[in-house]
Design a protein around this ligand. Sequence first.
Ligand code: LMR
Length: 331
Amino acid sequence: LALAASVALTPVAAVADPAGCDPNEERLVFSHITAISGHPKGEAAASFAEVVNERMDGRYCVEVFGNSDLYTDGPELFEAMLAGEVHFAAPSMSKLSPFTPRFQLFEIPFLFDGPLHAMEFFNSDDARRHLLSELEDDGFYGLNFWSNGMRQLSADVPLRGPYDGAGRTFRVQASTPIINRQIELMGITPKKLAFKDVHDALASGEVQGQQNTWSNIYSKEFYLHQAAVTETNHTYLGYVFMTSTRFLDGLDPQTRREFVELADLVTHERNRFAYELNQMAREEILYDDGIVIRLSPDELQKWRDAFAPILIEFRDVVGSELLDAAMRINA
Ligand code: LMR
């Protein structure tokens, strides 16, 4: 991916030091875009910082900047990682599709029956070989996969069927061909917006709908500006917890192993809470008088039918081998 050389990097030193690092410790920056607490990614990033700061005390100090306080998860993040200004990040998988188009696999609607199926797939050798390790050619190292959950659709009108929002404009994250196609199949115009701008765009009516997980819809208050959220569970939102090869290759073998092991430990401990955090966010939305549309099996089938062309059209983009491996998980 060619990154624009003109992208201005926010000087890290200009941001407050929330972790209170000691002067003798090497300061490492974790940049992410979601809420900090009550969110699968926010909590996993905080756990990673906590465990590094405890176990590698006196040597390293990880500071976490969430809520897009430092960067969005767009090209400027990747540029900052390659420049050695950001050491850790966890962008959603499809934001990595400019490096490896196969990451779009997770955007194929109804490919996974639920979040546990997606997690079983990303823990497989197939996913590690074809996805994580592919990033190394671009200067990144995929430490592990972090889970969020299934995406739901919301709009300024209740979406019971796949065409109920036709004629509108919906926010999409990284403009990958599969996401755009999914939205277009609903008769809707996709508009790419950074996550940090979604709330205001919904509030002003610049876009009239969006898709995201319960934890994102709740923590960023998207539901307050929507008529209802439809429980489609149609695609899976997960993350690649990553660092740069520049950082990792600069470490002695023992220290490198320590980082990789702590990354695995946190992944193992936090991924199992992702489902629960999303269900809690769903409950909070209902508690706050948000409307959740539950679909009958017949209604859900209409959504499946509407999105069915995507699997056929994008088989070559994600590759038959990986796609078949993903589909076998549901069996
Ligand atoms: C989005 O842009 O909607 C998501 O990728 C946000 C996130 O990182 O969970």
